[in-house]
Design a protein. Structure first.
Length: 101
């Protein structure tokens, strides 16, 4: 139980030191960055309550399976490059096809 609480606290405090960098890179305001962190904590709290009850009713393994399948089906946008440019499908060069002569 102690490890679970400590794990949550570490996870909850990790974004805070990165906020100034996020604000600078995204060109946003301190209020917007703080609001995003607040909403993240709020959704985590709501999710813990609802998913705990659902896990008790349906079983943890079934809930885990649904989460894995959902994660695999969701297409995430490509991450930005180190220079802050957005990567896109049109910018990718096709890989050469090896010939088997």
């Amino acid at each position: 139980m102690v490890l679970a609480v400590l794990g949550y606290q570490v996870n909850a405090t990790m974004p805070s030191p990165a906020l100034p960098d996020v604000i600078e890179r995204l060109g946003t305001t301190t209020a917007a960055a703080g609001l995003s962190q607040t909403l993240s904590f709020l959704m985590a709290a709501i999710g813990q309550v609802t998913l705990a009850r659902l896990s008790d009713r349906r079983g943890a393994l079934a809930l885990l399976a649904v989460g894995v399948v959902t994660s695999l089906l969701i297409r995430r946008p490509e991450p930005a490059t180190a220079l802050g440019e957005q990567g896109g499908e049109s910018e990718k060069q096709p890989r050469p096809v090896p010939s088997h002569h």
